[in-house]
Design a protein around this ligand. Structure first.
Ligand SMILES: Nc1ncnc2c1ncn2[C@@H]1O[C@H](COP(=O)(O)OP(=O)(O)OP(=O)(O)O)[C@@H](O)[C@H]1O
Ligand SMILES: [Mg+2]
Length: 152
């Protein structure tokens, strides 16, 4: 499935609608987000966040923080940016976190957004059975036009 977005707002709305579609499934929701520098990965995450009741301002592109954790009454969201993380560490950071969420006693729905997920294994190799995995690939065509491809 793919979507053409011509503005950040359209990207937010698309991300929100995709989130809504998968939220009904009773398991952790994991977005593996890829695309070149500045393509709109974080903008996509803002759309996910707003569907969960967080504000766009809660979503930052931190240079040194790898995992940003947000929580409200119903949801726990992890925003992970692997840009500066070496491949060999990326895997253990993410897998440890996912494993931890599996055993956590929270009754809140967990949503994980991972930018630069190509630092991890490919989806078919994403071995831990920890949730619903949705692949998001964003490409720039020209100016503000982005093609957002979704695989699940
Ligand atoms: N259709 C669009 N969808 C999303 N962002 C867009 C769009 N058109 C223009 N932009 C702009 O592109 C930029 C995307 O920035 P963003 O931080 O989301 O990229 P990123 O992929 O997360 O970058 P990084 O690789 O540094 O993490 C923003 O400045 C946004 O305003
Ligand atoms: Mg980003």
């Amino acid at each position: 499935m793919f979507f053409i977005s011509d503005s950040p707002v359209k990207t937010h709305k698309f991300a929100s609608s995709i989130t809504e579609k998968f939220l009904i499934e009773n398991e952790t929701l994991i977005f593996l987000i890829n695309g070149e520098l500045g393509v709109g990965k974080t903008e996509f995450v803002k759309g996910v966040a707003s569907k969960l009741g967080f504000s766009h301002a809660d979503i930052t592109s931190p240079t040194f923080v790898m995992v940003n954790e947000l929580e409200n009454n119903r949801y726990k969201m992890y925003h992970i940016d692997l840009y500066r993380v070496e491949k060999k560490f990326a895997r253990s950071i993410v897998y440890d976190l996912l494993e931890e969420t599996q055993f956590s006693l929270t009754n809140k729905k967990i949503v994980v957004c991972i930018e630069w997920a190509n630092k991890l294994l490919k989806k078919r190799e994403f071995k831990l059975n920890v949730g619903k995995v949705v692949m998001v690939d964003i490409k720039v065509s020209k100016n503000n036009i982005r093609t957002i491809k979704i695989k699940f």
